[in-house]
Design a protein around this ligand. Structure first.
Ligand SMILES: *Cc1c(COP(=O)(O)O)cnc(C)c1O
Length: 359
């Protein structure tokens, strides 16, 4: 199979034409002259289609892009669920998904922790099981193939929020899930300059329903944002490699430090998720989670670090750390989600050690 670097560089790229531009060009228009396939910018745009072809190729399905990760996940929930249905959500996943379902949909929510011992009663009667693995921010992992088999026997669809892994880290459709979706605001775009999301599936009737729902709900990305994401995707392989290298180094420093209560990174053989993660994931990313003794200690750590900024979101070029309890995640006050960027490992390690000494 063609390597990840080659696939990222060439995904969704136009065939070379003598005298033509090398990258696909952003098509910035709301209107099209009638008579061709495109007619109005809310229904379709060639710049989205180039990106959809690129991400769909990496995911192994057909892709629909959205204005943000939340637009992608909410579109799946609106399209698949009917009033009164039961949906299984990760108790420890991205918190706004639980809020959205509770506040805006008339469905029954069953919350299951990602690392649960998944049993039939957890999925029985559900229309949809949403998994998030590795989960954000705790980095727990569940077995996508095993849960998909369990859910399918109960007649439920399975969607995986693949944001943390990216399509290079994990291919949920190959593992048996019906839908993979992600916030491409994170590592896929990777430069902290665009919000974007996507859904991929091999189910063509579901793709048609999702596209139709996107057109009428208007949850569409701007063509310029789609173009930026496509530009970022070209270096995803390189960026993930550096981020994972940095995460491995930072993980070892944190694991050995007496001030760190615990640290998680599914790419380490010391991590409780490693057995499942190394079986189903193709590679690991740059996000590490760890806990210091208090909110004040976590904030002091971030303030003391030179190369690590306090910012929310993750997966970008710049290392950052986010104290998740401030946003309402049900986690310890001193938990930091540390997103390793593309700096040099030696610089990051020295910085992390120095910042821990400030406590
Ligand atoms: C950030 C995130 C989202 C939401 O994505 P936006 O692009 O911010 O709308 C959904 N799921 C996970 C796991 C995320 O990390």
């Amino acid at each position: 199979m063609t390597g990840d670097g080659t696939r990222c560089v060439h995904a969704g790229q136009p065939a070379g034409v003598p005298g033509g531009p090398v990258p696909p060009q952003p098509v910035l228009t709301s209107q099209f002259h009638l008579g061709g396939p495109d007619f109005y910018g809310r229904a379709a745009n060639p710049t989205w289609q180039a990106l959809e072809s690129a991400i769909g190729d990496l995911d192994g399905g057909e892709c629909v892009v959205y204005a943000s990760g939340m637009a992608a996940v909410s579109s799946v929930l609106r399209t698949v669920l009917r009033t009164g249905d039961t949906v299984v959500l990760p108790a420890d996943g991205y918190f706004l998904i639980r809020s959205y379902v509770r506040d805006h949909l008339e469905v029954t929510v069953r919350e299951v922790p990602t690392a649960a011992r998944w049993t039939e009663d957890m999925v029985s009667g559900a229309r949809l099981v949403l998994l998030e693995t590795p989960s954000n921010p705790g980095l727990d992992v569940c077995d996508i193939a095993a849960v998909s088999a369990l859910a399918h026997r109960a007649g439920a669809l399975v969607a995986v929020d693949n944001t943390t892994a990216t399509p290079l880290g994990q291919r949920p459709l190959e593992l048996g899930a019906d839908i993979t979706l992600a916030s491409d605001t994170k590592a896929l775009s990777g430069h902290s300059d665009v919000l974007l999301g996507h859904v991929s599936t091999a189910d063509v009737s579901l793709i048609d329903r999702l596209r139709a729902e996107r057109t009428v709900s208007g949850a569409i990305p701007g063509p310029f944002e789609a173009w930026l994401a496509h530009r970022g995707l070209g270096t995803l392989d390189l960026r993930l490699a550096r981020q994972a290298e940095n995460a491995a180094a930072v993980y070892e420093v944190l694991r050995a430090h007496p001030r760190v209560r615990w640290v998680r990174w599914p790419g380490s053989p010391h991590d409780p998720s490693y057995a499942v993660a190394s079986r189903q994931m193709r590679r690991f990313g740059g996000v590490v989670s760890f806990e210091l003794e208090s909110a004040a200690a976590a904030e002091k750590f971030v303030a003391s670090a030179r190369w690590v900024s306090a910012m929310t979101s993750f997966g970008g070029l710049h290392s950052n750390a986010d104290r998740r309890a401030q946003w309402g995640d049900p986690v310890g006050e001193g938990l930091l989600r540390f997103s390793c960027g593309c700096e040099d490992a030696d610089d990051l390690v020295a910085d992390v050690l120095a910042a821990l000494e400030q406590g």
